[in-house]
Design a protein around this ligand. Structure first.
Ligand code: UD1
Ligand code: CA
Length: 452
């Protein structure tokens, strides 16, 4: 059956003490509201209505999603009032799933279960039992049947003993929802239009109300302040780490691993502590990532090793390569099979051919290095004249002596050798030796200066 989703995200989030709307704060590197939208999209929602209030411009700039129906709730008069803003766009003959924008860890499986419950009743509610339900709406049951939700502030002492609470997520038909929304009043302790009042209306019409529960309470936990945000971040990281380990990744300490995006892995990947993975990262079989590395939107092929304290960003590391320790691969860095980059080497928009090496203290920018070339310590491709960038091409098997400056644009032929300390400004032919440095002059018996 067709279904739409309403995400309630108009709340201000005062306790975040932030100029950013609450739902734009990130969990696992993704804004909370975007995470929820991603989840409902994979559930196959036909329409998503986002009820927003504060920071509309910021929200619209951040949440780039086609087919998102933006519903402004100019004044926050309660959750029922919030859903009313989406009501004109809701069809009678579709089901409507209502979600809160600040509970980012809800899983697709849980929402599917709620949807399945709705198939066999009129109103499906996602509830959870909490040891401390303070502040939450309580689920009222008579002979086990749900008859109402009572908000904490409106509840009697006896009702406050109830541990089963409303998560704020529920599903019903568009026709029922709209009929009930039309009857809401704000005659309650908070003077708000409560969405939760629709439950008693459903019960009084004799509708069948059923509940579903999430696997764990963190899925429905909301974020009101930065402490809660940090708790959910940890919970998400643990969930992701568990998935990766189940998928065959060895995490030397799952509590010291952060994934802010998507990681695809081969077999027998080993990741040491304090590694941060961002964006979309792919690791082949037997890849080893040393401690304190940052991997961002990159691909690392089978048997490659990234030694500690290296940063790999928008780069492509080939099979059997080694990188680092302390290396930095910037956007456009490509290392072909078995190439090697050592400590304090930086690559940007540069290709290091098969088996080529740059083992120490080097900058390769806008460069093409042929197979098996050896780039000596301290080599710099001088790719920038202050205005334009130019390219350096180094042929296969070339040998660049230590501390050479290659002033681009420049070509170094196959098998050519550059003497250490050279400043190369023009073509070096294949198999030739180029030495471009001050000649050594020895002065015998030279007296050192003495103090005056
Ligand atoms: C609500 C529920 C409560 C439930 C709890 C779960 C009601 C009346 N109460 O309480 O039963 O246990 O959530 O967290 O529904 N929002 C708007 N516009 C508004 C008010 C709220 O968009 O005018 C949004 C908020 O941004 C938030 C969500 O609705 O995403 C929930 O609002 P919140 O104020 O946190 O509701 P609670 O009082 O916690
Ligand atoms: Ca809340």
């Amino acid at each position: 059956m067709a279904f739409s989703v309403v995400v309630l995200a108009a709340g201000k989030g005062t306790r975040m003490k932030s100029s950013l709307p609450k739902v734009l704060h990130k969990v696992g590197g993704v804004p909370m509201v975007q995470r929820i939208i991603n989840t409902v999209k994979s559930l196959g929602a036909d329409n998503i209505h986002l009820v927003y209030g504060h920071g509309g411009d910021q929200l619209k700039a951040t949440v780039v999603e086609e087919n998102l129906n933006w519903c402004l709730q100019a004044e926050q008069l309660g959750t029922g009032h919030a859903v009313q803003q989406a009501a004109p766009h809701i069809k009678d003959n579709e089901d409507v799933l209502i979600l809160v924008g600040d509970a980012p860890l809800i899983r697709e499986e849980t929402l599917s279960a709620l949807k399945a419950v709705k198939e066999n009743c009129d109103l499906a509610l996602l509830t959870v039992n909490l040891d401390d339900p303070t502040g939450m709406g309580r689920i009222i049951r008579e002979n086990d049947n749900i008859t109402a939700i009572v908000e904490h502030k409106d509840a009697t002492d006896a009702q406050r003993e109830i541990k089963e609470i409303n998560t704020g997520m529920m599903m019903m038909s568009g026709a029922d929802l709209k009929r009930w929304l039309g009857k809401l009043s704000n005659d309650n302790a908070q003077g708000e239009y409560y969405l939760t009042d629709v439950i008693a209306m459903a019960a009084s019409e004799g509708k069948r109300i059923q509940s579903a529960q999430p696997q764990s309470a963190v899925e429905v936990e909301g974020v009101n302040n930065r402490l809660q945000l940090a708790n959910l971040e940890r919970a998400l990281q643990r969930r992701q780490a568990d998935e990766l380990m189940t998928n065959g990744v060895t995490l030397l300490d799952p509590a010291r691993f952060d994934l802010r995006g998507q990681l695809d892995n081969g077999n027998d990947v080993v990741i040491d502590v304090n590694v941060i993975v961002e964006g979309k990262v792919t690791l082949g079989n037997n890849v080893i990532i040393g401690a304190n590395c940052i991997l961002r939107n990159c691909t690392i092929a089978d048997n490659a090793v990234i030694e500690p304290n290296s940063i790999v960003e928008e780069a492509d590391v080939g099979e059997g390569c080694t990188v680092g320790p302390y290396a930095r691969l910037r956007p456009g860095a490509v290392m072909q099979k078995n190439a090697k980059v050592g400590n304090f080497v930086e690559m940007k928009k540069a290709v290091l051919g098969e088996g080529a090496k740059a083992n120490h203290l080097t900058y390769l920018g806008d460069a093409e290095v042929g197979a098996k070339a050896n780039i000596g310590a301290g080599t710099i491709t001088c790719n920038y004249d202050g205005v334009n960038k130019s390219k350096t091409v180094i042929g296969e098997n070339a040998f660049i002596g230590s501390n050479s400056s290659l002033v681009a644009p420049v070509n170094i032929g196959k098998g050519a050798t550059v003497g250490a300390g050279s400043v190369i400004t023009s073509t070096v032919d294949e198999d030739a030796l180029a030495v471009a440095r001050g000649k050594q002059r020895n002065i015998p018996n030279w007296p050192r200066p003495t103090k005056k």
